[in-house]
Design a protein around this ligand. Structure first.
Ligand code: ADE
Ligand code: ZN
Length: 345
């Protein structure tokens, strides 16, 4: 791959319209904002500077990250804090040409410490509405259940969400994966399906391929978050390809959480080669050292991806989204046009 091609690919990544489908809004809390909100709200953090917060971000596994993630979100208290967090993310990814974002939030991470559900969601929604106006970014909100908590707590969260269901596109499942299989949430996911919500779940990030099977067959999800370990099971990959499931891969997250030990081991290219609808996302950008385009650049360089492969990832991000077919078709046409321009037609 020549230097000239690499430069062209870099420009293509910057310019291509993309959707982000795997982003925890609490994971976009930058150390600067964490420090400022701690001061604003009188919350005591075990760090005495922004630099000390950043320096703490070294993780050997998912749980080590989650411990700091739940600690960090304790600075989020007021409706305005949730607004500030969300608008800052949209402002940032607008510069990465994100046109659509499907954003996770973890209500139990807030209600468990006494913050009312309505305060959390109204701050986020107000920012999503402003983000559409200011940056032209469309969005959908996905409410995640914390899998280390009980089924009962998930049902209680769904009950709290009832007045807001018009504004919630779907539900997800996140937090500590191993020991908390998808089947633990079979009944609450069935209820969410009945309520017309779309369903996604983290599966196969650290957990075994069996958890991905459960997410598909027991929870009957629409899209798989991570899914890396599906590659260990040929029959599972065949199922994913045959049924056209989208996987929301998060390369820098995988590196930072030691799911892989080298960015060149990211499954992005292997999955594309096997016909999986892979997408590239940032997961928790403030903790993992990069927003969506940083993730695209990292895999493009490490895996020698072609401009056509980058375009496929971007197309997959819209096709795997919960947007209407017309909008997906529009974005697809825009991406096709950019590929032609870049090839010099
Ligand atoms: N919550 C935030 N980021 C997560 C991840 N990568 N896996 C599971 N739970 C999470
Ligand atoms: Zn995640």
């Amino acid at each position: 791959m020549t230097q000239a091609y690499r430069k062209k690919r870099e420009a293509f990544i910057a310019a291509v319209p993309k959707a982000e489908l795997h982003l925890h809004i609490e994971g976009s809390l930058e150390p600067q904002m964490m420090f400022a909100l701690a001061n604003r709200n009188g919350v005591q953090l075990p760090y005495d500077s922004v630099e000390a917060i950043s320096a703490a971000y070294q993780f050997a596994n998912l749980q080590e990250f989650l411990d700091l993630y739940y600690l960090g979100m304790q600075v989020l208290i007021e409706e305005q804090d949730f607004y500030d967090l969300t608008i800052a993310y949209l402002d940032r990814v607008h510069r990465d040409n994100v046109r659509h974002a499907e954003i996770f939030f973890d209500p139990q991470g807030h209600t468990e410490r006494g913050i009312p559900f309505g305060r959390v969601i109204s701050g986020i929604l107000r920012a999503l509405d402003d983000g559409q106006q200011r940056f032209g970014i469309s969005s959908k909100l996905i409410m995640c259940f914390l899998r280390h908590l009980s089924e009962e707590s998930a049902f209680a969260t769904l009950a709290e969400a009832e007045p807001w269901l018009e504004r919630i596109a779907g539900v997800g499942l996140d937090s500590s994966e191993v020991g908390h299989p998808p089947e633990k949430f079979a009944r609450v996911f069935a209820k969410c399906r009945d309520r017309g919500l779309r369903l996604v779940a983290h599966a196969g990030e650290e957990g075994p391929p069996d958890y991905v099977w459960q997410a598909l067959d027991t929870l009957r999800i629409d899209r798989i978050d991570h899914g890396n370990r599906a590659l260990e099971d040929k029959a599972l990959i065949k199922r994913i390809v045959d049924d056209g499931y989208t996987l929301t891969l998060c390369p820098l997250s995988n590196l930072k959480l030691c799911v892989i030990n080298d960015i060149a081991k990211s499954p992005v290219k292997t999955m594309l080669d096997q016909g999986v609808k892979a997408t590239v996302n940032s997961d928790d950008p403030s903790y993992f050292g990069g927003y969506i385009n940083d993730n695209y650049h990292a895999v493009a360089n490490a895996l020698d991806l072609t401009i056509e492969e980058i375009a496929t990832l971007a197309v997959n991000s819209f096709e795997g989204s919960f947007l209407d077919a017309d909008e997906v078709a529009e974005r697809r046409a825009e991406i096709d046009q950019l590929v032609k321009q870049s090839a010099g037609y």
